[in-house]
Design a protein around this ligand. Structure first.
Ligand code: ATP
Ligand code: MG
Length: 389
């Protein structure tokens, strides 16, 4: 293996006590992402190194691993300035004109200070090439990292995905619908290091197989940032029909969402999820006014994280486009919420009313039955649901 990638860790540098755990989980996530590649991974407390044959391809894959600040294709030489000079001249793009040298010394015992080293190497490059120095706006920034085991030189640094490695924060359960908001909410939560599993409520025959496949496709897209997404599909038809039969239509959505929260909270305990996550955004629809949220949230004590609560729809769409979920989210298949939507849902629901209407049917048995019949889908592969939509 000829090529070398060097990874700079993300925000972990600020989390001193947990550093080891963070780096270990990040390493597992990198290994998972590169499981089909021929690579050799090593690490220390500040950098991870990946020996490989196709650094461009590997760097591209690594851009979906959270916890990485940046990725560089690096070249290792001996700690000998002539070797460093030769490698630098080899990797500096000849079509560019100006450069500057930035030196970092992990090996503080190295006899020359960083600034002096940059000046010295810069002088040698000037003498041996046609490049000119420009310290303010160079075409090429040549970085030299001097470490015990050798010196690493590189010119291009690709931004990583940032955030924390998925898994450092434990598990959360995302309520994933086929809309625009909840996949974005899932992506943002994965980025904070939460190991996200998904729950989808389906109501066949009122909702179609396509609607479900759309959700699975969305799950497979956010799975590219995780590698271990599961989707728990809840049969919701009987609950939804009971609500339809027993409750005034202006309360249907509020009560339906209270049932979803109840099921998600009970199931969380079973799978060890510590938080619920959803795509609610304040004021977006009647069920997302503050009064509605209070009333809906009342069924559980679990923390409910709403990553897009304060975003405008256009801001959410921007992220959806960037992470590639948007085109799937806007496919027209009916969701279970859109089928039973009343013309004028209540925007200031009353808790006593919800309780009164819910007591008109045996929802606890229906909830237990739904939970007993959850189907869990796992092992998503890239592009798996492309041809069934
Ligand atoms: P949109 O982008 O059109 O707003 P949405 O998925 O956000 O779609 P909402 O009606 O706003 O739809 O629902 C708010 C949140 O409730 C969703 O973001 C999602 O987290 C959850 N939710 C709604 N319907 C379902 C469902 N069928 N299964 C799982 N979660 C759901
Ligand atoms: Mg929404």
């Amino acid at each position: 293996m000829q090529e070398l990638i060097m990874i700079k860790y993300g925000e972990l540098t600020t989390k001193k006590a947990n550093r080891k755990i963070f780096i270990n989980i990040l390493t597992q996530n990198v290994e998972r992402m590169l499981k089909d590649e021929n690579v050799e991974i090593t690490k220390d407390s500040v950098r991870m190194f990946i020996k490989c044959n196709d650094a461009g391809k590997i760097a591209h894959k690594l851009q979906k691993v959270f916890g990485i600040l940046s990725i560089v294709i690096a070249y290792k030489v001996n700690n000998n300035i002539d070797d460093v000079l030769n490698k630098s001249l080899e990797i500096m793009d000849q079509s560019k004109h100006t450069f500057k040298v930035v030196t970092k010394r992990a090996d503080k015992n190295y006899p020359i200070h960083s600034m002096d080293y940059s000046r010295k190497l810069g002088g040698l490059i000037l003498k041996n090439s046609n490049f000119k120095v420009d310290v303010h706006n160079p075409d090429i920034t040549l970085t030299v990292e001097i470490r015990n085991e050798g010196t690493f030189v590189y010119t291009d640094e690709v931004k990583g995905a940032g955030g924390y490695p998925v898994g450092v924060e434990g598990k959360g359960l995302l309520m994933l619908s086929g809309g625009i908001d909840s996949p974005v909410a899932g992506y943002l939560t994965l980025k904070r290091g939460v190991n996200v599993e998904c729950m989808y409520f389906e109501s066949p025959p009122h909702t179609s197989e396509e609607a479900k496949n759309k959700v699975l496709k969305l799950a497979s897209i956010i799975n590219e940032y995780s590698g271990r997404i599961k989707v728990h599909v809840v049969p919701f038809t009987l609950i939804q029909e009971a609500i339809f039969k027993n409750c005034p239509d202006i309360y249907m959505i509020t009560i339906m969402r209270r049932m979803m929260y109840r099921i998600a909270a009970i199931y969380s305990e079973k799978i060890g999820a510590k938080i619920l996550i959803n795509g609610e955004s304040i004021g977006q629809v009647a069920s997302q006014t503050l009064d509605s949220m209070v009333c809906i949230n009342n069924v559980t004590n679990m923390p409910v994280i709403r990553p897009v609560a304060c975003f405008d729809k256009l801001e959410i769409i921007d992220i959806a486009k960037r992470i590639n979920t948007y085109e799937t989210s806007i496919l027209p298949y009916e969701d279970c919420c859109t089928i039973f939507v009343p013309k004028h849902p209540v925007i200031k629901p009353k808790l006593e009313k919800c309780i009164e209407y819910e007591n008109r049917f045996d929802y606890q048995t229906l909830i237990q039955d739904a939970i007993n019949n959850i189907e869990t889908i796992t092992n998503f592969k890239e592009n798996e649901f492309e041809d069934i939509l």
